[in-house]
Design a protein. Sequence first.
Length: 101
Amino acid sequence: MNGRRTFGGGGGRGRAGQNQQQGKDGQPRRPMFRRRKVCKFCADKIDDINYKDTRLLLPFVPERAKILPRRISGTCAMHQRKLRTAIMRARQLALIPFTAE
């Protein structure tokens, strides 16, 4: 060892060189095709996100009453900021609940 510590090496054991997963028949699996998410507001050309329009806001607030992040909802950065502001304003006026019951 020469006084050096190695972390996570495992002494050469393990799956070195096997970075592809195997299918049922032993062949390497193809990577799953993941469709790129498109911003709903950009696609529908909605520029103004109004806090009074709860039908537009509610799909972005699940049962736990947390605002969905961009990576899940697919909104762009500009619309995510506007969406968050609108949801917070709607919560202040009790149009959308802060928490689940």
